[in-house]
Design a protein around this ligand. Structure first.
Ligand SMILES: [Cu+2]
Length: 68
């Protein structure tokens, strides 16, 4: 299991938190996802044999947010 923290720009309210948490949380292999709205950080725990970091970043990007 990998634990990473991503810096994500553009999240501003509870809707954004839900959009990121639910879309990333649906990915097969993602164990846990937690958005920290104030700091713009997203903690993700995932199984890197099932899902890649770039797939996670792409999913956040697809929701309309910029991943550092
Ligand atoms: Cu929002």
């Amino acid at each position: 299991m990998e634990n990473i923290t991503l810096n994500v720009q553009g999240m501003s309210c509870g809707h954004c938190v839900n959009a990121v948490e639910s879309s990333v949380g649906k990915l097969n292999g993602v164990e846990q996802v937690k958005v920290h709205l104030e700091s713009g950080k997203v903690d993700v725990s995932f199984d890197n044999e099932k899902v890649t970091l770039s797939e996670i970043k792409e999913t956040i990007d697809d929701q309309g947010y910029d991943v550092a």
